[in-house]
Design a protein around this ligand. Structure first.
Ligand SMILES: Cc1cc2nc3c(=O)[nH]c(=O)nc-3n(C[C@H](O)[C@H](O)[C@H](O)COP(=O)(O)OP(=O)(O)OC[C@H]3O[C@@H](n4cnc5c(N)ncnc54)[C@H](O)[C@@H]3O)c2cc1C
Ligand code: FES
Length: 315
């Protein structure tokens, strides 16, 4: 059992929530760019989330989670002092930072939460960090102060202009690259982008003509997170890779975005179907049998209010 020691919502809309969780073994080894997989209870689905921070002395890891669907909405009902069933990790490869001098980190929505620890670590290492954070609107903006502290230059933009600059991250990235050229400043030796697939695809198109190395963190559907199930396969440089063990970071100019986006859409249809599905075994009643893996497990009806007990005493 893993105790939640801190819980706080990160924006006015309460769409993204921070959880600091006691997990000393993970905290000891975690690095920026890696992820953990949690389960709320012994029958729950496995949910991969990035390590947003860690405190090796306190023995805690921090995750920042957007309420995207059933399990993440249930997670948002977990309170400080409650426990969750398990967390495994750290998984995946850490973000490479060796030899970098000047980097532009681009985050889109909850991608800013994933990009934040990377920017923070690079900034602490003395790398010049420009952070471009994009959100749809003011009410979902997160980590204003933290991103400022983790970067040399911060641009926050919203699609509707309700906070910061108005426009998409692609425009601001291009402006920054062009400004480096015009003002004879050193160019970024890497762009790191984390956000919706479509945003990362267009950011890769921005950097390609300039020959700027571009790394993206992929978040395809993952089940085991250890390279066993093949669920998270992506095509990179014409080869099949597993995002959980070969990534999640990949060279954006090598990623086959069309197949990535198509595969994500395929699972979305399955999830919508699963949400409508009434289990033939229980007839749609509270799940009394072992839930199945994958999307079917999401169809099981579980009341989030009965899932957690305070204090680490078990579920
Ligand atoms: C390596 C990695 C790191 C991630 N880091 C974060 C993070 O730091 N913060 C955060 O809010 N989210 C993160 N995600 C996404 C998060 O895993 C999904 O939002 C979550 O699984 C949704 O589950 P759900 O049951 O609440 O929603 P569902 O309704 O089941 O799904 C909502 C959407 O979430 C995605 N999703 C669902 N199941 C999975 C799965 N098993 N693996 C990956 N994506 C899935 C799909 O796009 C789906 O359409 C990460 C995903 C990966 C693979
Ligand atoms: S999640 Fe199963 S192989 Fe990557």
């Amino acid at each position: 059992m893993y105790k939640v020691v801190t819980k706080r919502f990160l924006n006015d809309a309460k769409t993204i929530c921070l959880f600091e969780i006691e997990a000393p073994l993970i905290a000891r080894h975690a690095q920026a760019g890696q992820f953990v997989v949690f389960r709320l209870d012994e029958k729950g689905e496995r949910v991969p989330v990035s390590v947003a921070g860690y405190d090796r002395e306190k023995g805690t890891v921090t995750v920042m989670v957007q309420a995207a669907g059933r399990t993440t909405k249930m997670l948002h009902t977990v309170e400080q002092g409650d426990v969750i069933s398990d967390i495994v990790g750290p998984l995946g490869k850490a973000t490479e930072m060796e030899g970098l001098k000047k980097v532009c980190v681009v985050g889109g929505g909850v991608g800013c939460a994933i990009a934040y620890p990377i920017a923070k670590e690079m900034h602490a290492k003395g790398i010049d960090v420009t952070f471009i954070a994009g959100f749809r609107s003011a009410d979902i903006v997160i980590l204003k102060d933290e991103l400022k502290a983790a970067s040399d230059k911060l641009i926050i933009a919203t699609d509707d202009g309700s906070y910061g600059e108005k426009g998409f991250t692609t425009v601001f990235l291009k402006n920054e690259i062009e400004a480096n050229i015009k003002e004879n400043k050193p160019q970024f030796d890497r762009v790191i982008a984390i956000g919706p697939d479509i945003m990362m695809k267009f950011l890769a198109d921005v950097t390609r003509p300039y020959g700027i190395s571009t790394i993206i963190s992929l978040d395809p559907i993952m089940v085991d997170g250890t390279g066993m199930c093949g669920c998270c396969r992506v095509i990179v440089g014409g080869e099949t890779k597993f995002a959980c063990v070969d990534g999640p970071d990949f060279d954006a100019h090598q990623v086959d975005f069309d197949s990535l986006i198509k595969r994500a859409a395929f699972y979305k249809d399955e999830q919508d179907e699963a949400a409508k599905h009434i289990c033939r075994i229980t007839g749609g009643k509270e799940s009394e049998h072992e839930p199945h893996q994958g999307s079917h497990a999401r169809a099981g009806s579980r009341d989030p209010r009965h899932q957690f007990r305070r204090g680490g005493s078990g579920l």
